[in-house]
Design a protein around this ligand. Structure first.
Ligand SMILES: Nc1ncnc2c1ncn2[C@@H]1O[C@H](COP(=O)(O)OP(=O)(O)OP(=O)(O)O)[C@@H](O)[C@H]1O
Ligand SMILES: O=P(O)(O)OC[C@H]1O[C@H](OP(=O)(O)OP(=O)(O)O)[C@H](O)[C@@H]1O
Length: 297
């Protein structure tokens, strides 16, 4: 393949080729200024501005590729790291804040089953079959029962209605899919979100750090906004208390406006309404909030 020689000396960066995480991964790469051109259906794309090649892979396979050093970096869900038995074999360097959900045991509402122990010896259907075995093996041993664990690749919630399962282990975010199937969750095993993974012995540690720093900058930029306002100097201490900034607010004098200062500080995006109300209460004026797409903090 013509790419083979082009890949030499490039950092290989795996991203999900489709599914829930795909669009947000592309946004993150864009925000991090990792530019690339991908021809349709091609699973490898060379970056046009960094010595990086993006490799589009199934989300479930990414932890194994990163652990074994086939790629240097990867983005996938923490649930995939657990299911791929790669915990401790990869470095989870940045939690990305999207793809947040829970891995849960779900049963039909009308089943009368209420605890994890109630499912021991029964039939479980799941995409997390390796993880399910680690949960039920010790319980089976202790009770001398045999829980049947069967793998399906998707639409797991249909298994109980089809008579294939007494319970399922699957992801729950809003709970809509679960409720639509007449199920409820009776046990949360763990929470998950997407994460930037790195191989422990990468040949490109500096480039890994550079990309991780850019990614952290994009995530910080999503959490924070810049708040600027004017306030009377006599109220500056109160203003600083409301907007302390990440380190300290920037305060500058206002030209030909005796007794007033201009203040700018980063504030949490989710608190902006409350903060603007409190600034108004202390007499601040010209309050503005501005989003930014990347930052170094
Ligand atoms: N409802 C959800 N809410 C939040 N994150 C989710 C949700 N469903 C899946 N994820 C996250 O996205 C990852 C990939 O899930 P997805 O269903 O896209 O799998 P896929 O097999 O790659 O794609 P597809 O289902 O299209 O075959 C999961 O491992 C999980 O981390
Ligand atoms: O709690 P909710 O917000 O309803 O989300 C949970 C659903 O999302 C995922 O499936 P997805 O839609 O990706 O399809 P799949 O079943 O084919 O994996 C997951 O497997 C659940 O079915």
């Amino acid at each position: 393949m013509e790419f083979a020689s082009d890949l030499d000396n490039r950092l290989l960066f795996a991203v999900p080729k489709k599914g829930r995480l795909y669009e947000q991964c592309l946004e993150l790469l864009k925000g991090s200024d990792v530019h690339f051109r991908r021809n349709s259906r091609q699973d490898i794309a060379l970056s046009t501005n960094l010595p990086v090649a993006l490799v589009f892979l199934p989300a479930a396979d990414i932890p194994k590729y990163v652990a074994e050093g086939n790629v240097d970096l990867g983005i996938t869900g923490q649930d995939m790291v657990v299911e791929g038995e790669c915990e401790g074999k990869v470095d989870e360097i940045v939690e990305l804040g999207f793809g947040k959900c829970r891995v849960c045991l779900q049963v039909p509402v009308k089943s009368g089953l209420t605890t994890l122990d109630d499912l021991v010896g029964k039939r479980i259907v799941t995409s997390f079959d390796a993880y399910a075995r680690t949960v039920f093996s010790p319980l089976d041993q202790a009770t001398k029962k045999k829980t049947t664990i069967s793998y399906v690749s998707g639409s797991v919630e249909a298994a109980c209605a089809l008579g294939l399962a007494d319970g399922i282990i699957d992801l729950v975010e809003s709970g809509e899919t679960m409720r639509a199937a007449g199920l409820h969750d009776i046990h949360t095993f763990f929470t998950t979100q997407s994460v930037l993974l790195a191989n422990k012995n990468t040949k490109h540690p500096e480039l890994v750090e550079k990309i991780a720093t850019r990614v952290r900058g994009v995530i910080a930029a999503q959490r924070y906004v810049l708040c600027t306002y004017n306030v009377e100097r006599k109220n500056l201490e109160k203003a600083k208390f409301i907007t302390p900034g990440r380190q300290a607010p920037t305060v500058s004098t206002l030209d030909s406006h005796e007794g007033w200062v201009a203040v700018s500080a980063m504030i949490l995006r989710k608190e902006k309404g409350e903060i603007m109300d409190r600034l108004t209460e202390i007499g601040a004026t010209d309050i503005m909030v501005m989003a930014f797409t990347n930052c170094r903090v």
